[in-house]
Design a protein around this ligand. Structure first.
Ligand code: FPP
Length: 252
């Protein structure tokens, strides 16, 4: 057995991976930064900092495996009610990440995207995000979306408002409203629904993430906190996904 694998199980999981059935879109709820920090007697900010390191690792591995869309839940509409200094830390980490990683991401074909209302984020974040989106807009290797100031309910309410305004202004007719049209009004209009949603840290809930889009997603949970999540965990999630029977409500 090659010694890069820690165990027989890890070795098997690597070779069980079917490179012809890689999920097109993986979405991740990056959870457990605070608990990770607590376990090591560190401030929560250090947990978030370590979480950024995991973003680098997982983006690289997802790209290598041929995942075409990776969406990361980075800041929810509810996260504003965290202590002010924690919110400040997260915003600073975002700017630092974008400034540091933009060049490498661009060189590696990463197209950066955002889901959520970023006009509520500090100016510095908006500037860094807009620059990243503009610089990488023609890249096609992988689409990396950060859900920022994002909430699934908020996204649906926003879509309803936009649709009613378009009906009022005779841009669309009421009887043209169907699922396909609604999708056009969501932040995710340019990306497919997630095939696989991963939540580390032992929690098993959706927390207002991609509520419309997760209708037929497969869910995978792990007890590992996000800062400890590694390439092998992503592969484990994918192998598990590949062994599921996706029926989309139909009978085979
Ligand atoms: C959840 O862990 C994590 C978040 C609310 C933030 C996730 C953000 C990052 C990993 C870094 C952001 C930076 C970029 C580049 C987008 P938690 O704090 O709720 O953990 P806990 O449940 O253990 O307390």
């Amino acid at each position: 057995m090659l010694n890069i694998f820690k165990s027989k199980k890890e070795y098997k999981e690597n070779f069980d991976l079917d490179m012809n059935n890689i999920p097109n879109h993986i979405a991740i709820i990056m959870d457990g930064n605070g608990r990770w920090a607590k376990e090591q007697n560190l401030p929560r900010s250090m947990g978030h900092k370590a979480g950024v390191e995991t973003i680098r690792i997982i983006l690289k591995e997802a790209t290598r495996l041929g995942v075409k869309n990776l969406t990361l839940y980075a800041f929810s509409t509810e996260n504003w009610s965290r202590p002010k200094d924690e919110v400040g830390t997260l915003m600073k980490l975002l700017v630092t990440y974008l400034r540091k990683e933009l060049k490498e991401c661009h060189e590696n074909g990463v197209r950066m995207n955002v889901l959520g209302d970023i006009t509520k984020l500090p100016q510095e974040c908006q500037k860094a995000l807009n620059e990243a989106i503009e610089t990488t807009k023609n890249n096609t290797k992988i689409n990396l979306s950060f859900a920022l100031n994002y909430g699934g309910r908020d996204e649906i309410v926003r879509a309803i408002k936009l649709i009613s305004s378009d009906v009022k202004n005779n841009i669309i007719k009421e009887d043209e409203i169907n699922e396909k049209l609604v999708e056009e009004y969501l932040y995710t209009k340019d990306i497919p629904d997630p095939d696989l949603i991963i939540r580390p840290s032992g929690e098993q809930r959706i927390s207002n993430f991609l509520l419309w889009q997760c209708a037929y997603s497969e869910f995978w949970y792990s007890d590992i906190n996000w800062p400890d999540f590694k390439e092998i965990d992503l592969k484990r999630a994918i192998v598990d996904y590949q062994n599921r029977d996706r029926r989309f409500g139909k009978v085979k």
